[in-house]
Design a protein around this ligand. Structure first.
Ligand SMILES: NC(=O)c1ccc[n+]([C@@H]2O[C@H](COP(=O)([O-])OP(=O)(O)OC[C@H]3O[C@@H](n4cnc5c(N)ncnc54)[C@H](O)[C@@H]3O)[C@@H](O)[C@H]2O)c1
Length: 318
């Protein structure tokens, strides 16, 4: 198949491109990083060439806010579009840029997919649920707490509006961790951040009450699998997670066991407490058994730990 992956130099997009390239013709679209930063100090786009080392398909560097990207995809005659490109920073507050990039451009992807008769599989987010009670169910209690989350909910609404006109599947990823996330910097998962702290001999720094803050952490290999399953499901929005909530304290404890350390933890005040998700646990029933997560937090960290060590040695201390 001819497959386009937007955001293909980012975390999830790059892993998807590498996983699919042997069987399909892949075109990756990404803006790549430059010097531009948000007021929170984070980069505006996070794509990094190192995520695509080993990629044998075609890369087109472009901004999804610009027409050249859509001309390129049309020329390529995409049959499937995995749309991962977005401002992915949940703490950014430039509403105008976030909504233009994540939402307005999405309408262009919908229009182009209709024209090409392509299936559109796009990244939504568990952040749309805000602090809704667990389990989080698609269509229930969606109260986003930040501009990023709001942009994703608006994308889901738009997808629903057009779901009679094309095959369109939204994947609400919960907290994803695994290979390919290092270049997200401060927005990388806490699994990686704690792992690197421990390997540097630092005391892991957690928010106060971390043993009571639960998230549904999902490993990148399960996320890739969910994207593949999305090729088979009917139009709709689906949660992508494990449905087993785990605490931030669990992460540190599992990492310390895996790395053979017994560092004591430091507890700091949570600066995001007003707009924070304290308990997430996905309802996965809409998949009707088609997607079954394979990795518990223990299994995901076990699979990831050699990569965390490599990052520490080759990227952090290079
Ligand atoms: N990682 C998670 O835990 C998680 C959770 C929920 C949803 N998501 C969503 O999944 C998708 C992928 O997330 P990720 O973690 O890989 O993030 P990421 O930031 O690593 O990847 C996004 C990619 O999009 C590119 N991009 C940004 N703005 C662009 C633009 N204007 N034009 C073209 N490319 C642009 C970036 O360069 C980057 O490579 C995003 O849509 C994100 O919102 C991720």
């Amino acid at each position: 198949m001819k497959i386009v992956i937007t955001g293909g130099a980012g975390f999830i997009g790059s892993q998807l491109a590498l996983a699919l390239q042997d069987k399909h013709e892949i075109l990756v679209i990404d803006k790549m990083r430059n010097e531009e930063k948000f007021s929170n100090g984070n980069l505006k786009s996070l794509g990094h060439f190192k995520n695509l080392l080993g990629f044998k398909g075609e890369l087109f560097v472009g901004d999804i806010n610009e027409p050249c990207v859509f001309e390129k995809i049309e020329d390529f005659k995409a049959e499937v579009i995995f749309h991962q490109a977005a401002i992915s920073d949940t703490t950014a507050d430039d509403e105008n840029l976030i909504l233009r990039t994540n939402l307005n451009s999405f309408k262009n992807f919908i229009d182009l997919s209709i024209k090409l008769k392509a299936k559109l599989i796009y990244a939504s987010s568990a952040s749309v649920y805000g602090d809704a009670a667990s389990p989080q169910i698609v269509g229930k209690d969606e109260t986003p707490k930040n501009p990023y989350a709001f942009s994703k909910l608006m994308m889901d609404h738009l997808a629903f509006k057009y779901s009679q006109k094309l095959d369109i599947v939204g994947l609400r990823y919960f907290n994803v961790y695994g290979k390919g996330e290092f270049f997200k910097g401060k927005t990388a998962s806490m699994i990686l951040q704690f792992g690197l702290q421990i390997l540097s001999g630092q005391n892991p720094r957690l928010f106060e009450g971390s043993e009571k803050i639960f998230r549904d952490f999902v490993y990148i290999k399960d996320v890739i699998n969910a994207n593949l399953k999305a090729l088979e499901v009917k139009s709709g929005v689906y949660n992508v997670a494990t449905s087993i909530p785990r605490s931030f304290q669990d992460i540190v404890d599992i990492l310390q066991t895996g790395l053979g350390t017994t560092l004591s933890c430091e507890y700091i005040k949570n600066p995001y407490a007003k707009a924070y998700q304290f308990h997430t646990q996905a309802d996965l029933s809409s998949w009707v058994g088609l997607y079954e997560p394979q990795f518990s937090l223990e299994e995901g960290i076990k699979d990831y730990i050699s990569e965390i060590k490599r990052i520490h040695e080759k990227e952090v201390n290079a």
